[in-house]
Write a protein that binds this ligand. Structure first.
Ligand code: PRP
Ligand code: MN
Ligand code: MG
Length: 181
């Protein structure tokens, strides 16, 4: 493994900033689902960190399930093609579903997942995404809880990868140009 710290150009969000924001969002989510059961649905693999921290920040114990979809190849641009690599284990009929994602980039992945889950007759489907790039949006998507709006730059860390690397970084940052070449 290489020394990943030197591969970052600029730290956008520190571990501490992310934790504080997730604590705030967890409070809002807890209020919204007071008296209701909610199923947390994480989107592999990017959402692993935000799911781990959000579920520990929530004041209740919610079940967790995972979907894996493919929308990006090994590069940095969305293909717009979505297919299910791993479906939910859970029947979500009549359930309140909260999709947990690391980032809304073009929005294509989440709008497809939301439509797919809504077709299964759940009680509700909402989205919590740690990051959103307003300038990259290709579709209009209602994300109820957003951690941070960020510039339209390729970011890694805290679950986000470049060619499967850097997911374990504690901060979110942009990659130095030497990494791409
Ligand atoms: C990334 C990211 C989001 C999606 C956002 O996942 O984790 O799921 O792309 O892009 P979009 O809004 O343009 O659709 P990716 O497909 O890279 O898979 P990964 O989570 O396994 O890294
Ligand atoms: Mn993803
Ligand atoms: Mg990825």
């Amino acid at each position: 493994a290489s020394h990943v710290g030197s591969d970052l150009q600029h730290v956008l969000l520190t571990e501490e900033q992310i934790r504080e924001r997730l604590d705030e969002l967890a409070g809002e989510i807890a209020d919204a689902y007071a008296g209701k059961d909610v199923l947390l649905v994480g989107v592999l693999k990017g959402a692993i960190m935000v799911m781990a921290d959000l579920m520990r920040a929530l004041p209740f114990s919610a079940p967790v399930d995972w979907m894996a979809v493919s929308s990006y190849g090994s590069g940095t641009k969305s293909s717009g093609v979505v297919r299910i690599l791993k479906d939910l284990d859970t029947d979500i009929t009549g359930k309140h579903v909260l999709i947990v994602e690391d980032i809304v980039d073009s929005g294509l992945t989440l709008s497809w997942i939301r439509a797919n889950l809504e077709s299964r007759s759940p009680a509700s489907v909402e989205i919590c995404a740690l990051l959103r790039k307003p300038e990259a949006a290709k579709v209009d998507i209602d994300v109820k809880w957003v951690g941070f709006d960020i510039p339209n730059e390729f970011v890694v860390g805290y679950g986000l990868d470049y060619d499967e690397a850097y997911r374990g970084l504690r901060d979110v940052g942009t990659l130095a140009s030497h990494v791409y070449s």
